[in-house]
Design a protein around this ligand. Structure first.
Ligand SMILES: [Mg+2]
Length: 401
């Protein structure tokens, strides 16, 4: 028995999208989970819906909790607040399991398929995704504020950005230069002029570093089918590795499958999906080439490893999401090390070099474009204890009645 004695959540005003949950047991262990976007409703779901079913219970029964929390009477198969809460708790329970046995989570999952995984750098800036909606309106004359201000760099100086990534050992990068053109028509039209402007960074990258780097194009579910097809076809000339989340929304499997048949650019999807069945439908209907998942949104490591097995059964590669918070990155890394068809772990060098460091006691070892397997028990990091005494901390706690 490993009885759950307390759940604590923490938010800080400085990073309003993020929420952390700690689960404590009577063995004296503390497991860590994380959530991103809509932190306040997730906090409420953890304390009001999940805590009453966790407190006093045996923390080892992860599968039992996952089945219970992933199938609420309403809200299933979504990445809504209930499922994001379940995902954060699931990650914390796996952290506990690893710590209890003194092994990293990738070992607890069944062992590693590899000792390191290729990273791609998502070219976000230092404050990307920090509050509310992310920035699309990069000015044409805007210059990077530091060496890793990568969103400004890809919009205005993509060739030099690619050179800097290659120099650091990265072999893949992700950019989203079409986003800026979507709002004018609600994503229902992209004209030729904007299409060509959106292609400029790809041209500059190829001109600067040739084929030394793979390029992923993020489309953020901003487009209707016709403009999405137009963009994906235009990207064919640049050998783009994948076009991610091309349509609004990515559970529209038939539309996505139709788009995929009309372009040679590989399709990647989707961090926005949660639960096994949406991923099963995507794969069964030949709607995606690469499976992207976010462990803090899709149901945690328990659901994530089943999605990974689905991807494996369709011989499709897997690529866990980051660009949210350091605990999600740690969790993604463990799955990427374990899952047989994983090919990439997403990282953001701007956040790894700055504020991710302040939130947790350790970060993954990224060197020469590879993320190396951690050896510490559980996730490999705890929350920085200083966060609990910050002035802007919002703390909630649930204990047995
Ligand atoms: Mg994405």
């Amino acid at each position: 028995m490993s009885r759950i004695t307390r759940l604590r959540t923490l938010r800080i005003a400085k990073r309003p999208n993020l929420l952390w949950v700690e689960i404590e047991t009577d063995e004296g262990l503390v497991g860590l989970g994380e959530s991103f976007r809509g932190a306040e409703p997730v906090e409420a779901a953890i304390h009001s819906l999940l805590a009453p079913n966790l407190l006093g219970q045996d923390s080892r029964r992860i599968e039992h909790f996952s089945r219970q929390f992933m199938t609420p009477y309403v809200g299933f198969n979504s990445a809504g607040a209930e499922i994001r809460a379940a995902s954060a708790v699931d990650i914390a329970l796996w952290d506990l399991k690893g710590q209890r046995h003194g092994i990293p989570i990738h070992e607890a999952l069944g062992g590693a398929s590899r000792t390191s995984i290729r990273a791609y750098n998502t070219c976000a800036g230092y404050s990307y995704n920090t509050s509310g909606a992310y920035r699309r309106d990069i000015g044409a004359d805007e210059r990077p504020t530091g060496p890793y201000d990568d969103q400004v760099a890809f919009m205005n100086d993509a060739g030099r950005l690619a050179e800097s990534l290659v120099a650091e050992g990265y072999s893949a990068m992700k950019i989203w230069p079409f986003d800026v053109y979507a709002p004018a028509t609600g994503g229902h039209l992209i004209n030729l002029e904007d299409l060509k402007k959106g292609l400029e960074p790809f041209r500059k990258i190829r001109a600067a570093v040739g084929d030394k780097i793979e390029i992923m194009c993020e489309l953020h579910s901003l487009w209707g089918t016709q403009p999405a097809i137009r963009i994906c076809r235009a990207l064919e000339d640049y050998g783009v590795f994948w076009a991610e989340d091309p349509i609004c929304k990515m559970d529209d499997t038939a539309t996505l499958a139709d788009l995929r048949r009309q372009t040679r650019t590989p399709i990647c999807g989707s961090e926005t999906l949660a639960g096994l069945r949406p991923f099963r439908d995507l794969l069964a209907q030949d709607a995606t080439d690469i499976v992207m998942l976010d462990l803090a949104w899709c149901g945690g490591l328990t659901e994530g490893r089943k999605i990974a097995a689905l991807a494996e059964s369709y011989a499709r590669p897997l690529a866990p999401h980051d660009c949210t918070g350091p605990v999600t990155l740690w969790a993604g890394l463990h799955l990427a090390l374990h899952a047989p068809t994983a090919i990439f772990q997403e990282v953001v060098r701007a956040t790894l070099a700055t504020w991710y460091r302040d939130l947790v006691t350790a970060l993954p070892d990224v060197r020469n474009g590879m993320v190396h397997a951690p050896t510490a028990p559980g996730l490999g990091a705890a929350l920085n204890p200083a966060l609990w005494s910050r002035e802007d901390a919002i703390i909630r706690e649930s204990r047995p009645q």
